[in-house]
Design a protein around this ligand. Structure first.
Ligand code: GLY
Length: 420
């Protein structure tokens, strides 16, 4: 090759590299954002203690802040209040990130107030959210036996809702008549984590089997051909036959309700972690890809992807938080560029959530604005909601741990939930 040819080859290569589309890394300052969360946690504690001194009622859990308010609405801890475990969970994550002993003491007090929901007969599938987010994180961080026993009891209690003819947990026992049968909602996928945990920590191995069966049955019936999910699947409780898919909190039976799809993404990623069965990893990617393909530019979904009023309708920051946290884990399980894309998508979501459009900052003491709870029922529309905060701090913590990992080449995060 003569010098001229060599020069033009080198020039061509340089130009090609220069023009190739570069994957843009989204910038998230996790240290800064975790500091922000800590300040909001301390402000919330100050708000809760205001005028109460030492007589704070630890059974009253922050649930939401309305757009026209700057104060938390707190609700009493009970099995019917599915969000009671998120505030203790936020405190545990904040304690983990900061080591603040005041936060630790408060985390212990709020967590203890949930014990009574385990002592009663199971009300519905939400026992998993209630106990895994509070006691689950408490045990993960302290290894205190008192916490462990409560989780084991809760797992046994949740398992009583499993119907072997159907192959899923009955999500809402109270709604069997109204919905026309054994009902299972997509959110229920999250509650399998407590069953997996219990089966590995002294509980009955059967808990693992029913969690896997639930995930398999849900995979078979709870999704349309394009991998978008129904919110609710209804089955004949006697024969196990699938009757219908429908919505409860979404726009329509056939629409993609953002948080429902988020639960599916998080749920199947977690089931893959617990089983290492490649069919669950494949499925987690399929339910993720259809969600990512349809996101708006700022990566925070509208509350339902099929609401005809888009863009004149509300976002759901909580769904973005659930998905960001899940993708940081999923990205570690998927080889090559695809895995990197999942992690970069999570970073883009967190970067967007860190802007003044979404962070609550001076508006109120939560972390984030703009979540949608139950729009069809007119409930918590464009609110700050505690579960958005829970999954936001979980995602930031996961990303922070990845950044600090001894092996910077490794994308796998240590989700040390399963085995103590
Ligand atoms: N039903 C739980 C949720 O709103 O996602």
């Amino acid at each position: 090759m003569n010098t001229k040819n060599l020069t033009s080859l080198l020039l061509g290569t340089l130009l090609a590299v220069g023009c190739a589309p570069q994957q843009k890394e989204a910038a998230v300052d996790t240290g800064h954002d975790l500091d922000y969360c800590h300040r909001q946690v301390l402000s919330t504690l100050a708000e809760l203690h205001e005028n109460k001194g030492d007589s704070l009622d630890y059974t009253m859990m922050p649930r939401n802040v309305a757009p026209d308010s700057d104060r938390w609405e707190c609700r009493p801890t009970c099995a019917e209040e599915w969000c009671s475990g998120f505030w203790p969970g936020v405190l545990w994550y904040d304690y983990e990130a900061t080591g603040d002993s005041t936060v630790l003491a408060e985390a212990r007090r709020f967590t203890r107030s949930l014990k009574k929901v385990v002592d009663d007969p199971v009300f519905d599938h939400d026992l998993g959210f209630l106990i895994q987010c509070s006691y689950g994180n408490a045990y993960r961080l302290t290894h205190d036996e008192e916490y462990k026993q409560v989780i084991l009891n809760a797992a046994d209690s949740l398992a009583t809702l499993f119907n072997p003819k159907v192959g899923t947990i009955l999500s809402w026992p109270r709604n069997v008549g109204e919905l026309g049968g054994h009902n299972t909602i997509m959110d229920n996928m999250i509650n399998l984590e407590m069953l997996f945990w219990a089966s590995k920590n002294g509980g009955n191995p059967y808990l693992h089997d029913i969690a896997v069966k639930h995930a398999e049955t849900t995979m078979e019936h709870h999704f349309r051909d394009d991998y978008t999910s129904y919110h609710v699947a209804v089955y004949d409780g006697e024969t196990g036959k699938f009757i219908k898919g429908m919505t409860h909190q979404g726009y329509a039976d056939n629409s993609m309700w953002a948080r429902g799809q988020a639960w599916a993404i998080y749920g199947y990623t977690m089931v893959y972690r617990e089983t290492k069965d490649p069919k669950f990893l494949d499925f987690a990617q399929k339910v993720t890809d259809v969600y990512l393909e349809r996101l708006p530019e700022d990566k925070v979904p509208y509350w339902d992807f099929d609401d005809p009023d888009i863009p004149q309708t509300t976002r759901d920051a909580s769904a973005a938080c659930v998905v960001a946290s899940a993708l940081l884990e999923l990205g570690g399980y998927v080889e090559g560029e695809k895995g990197e894309e999942y992690i970069n998508s999570a970073k883009e979501m967190l970067a967007s959530l860190a802007t003044d459009r979404y962070q609550s900052r001076e508006h109120n003491n939560s972390f984030l604005l703009h979540s949608t709870g139950h729009r069809p029922a007119g409930s918590e529309i464009d609110y700050s909601i505690i579960y958005a905060d829970y999954y936001y701090i979980e995602a930031l913590k996961r990303l922070n741990d990845m950044e600090k990992a001894a092996d910077p080449g490794s994308r796998q995060i240590a989700v040390n939930r399963s085995k103590s």
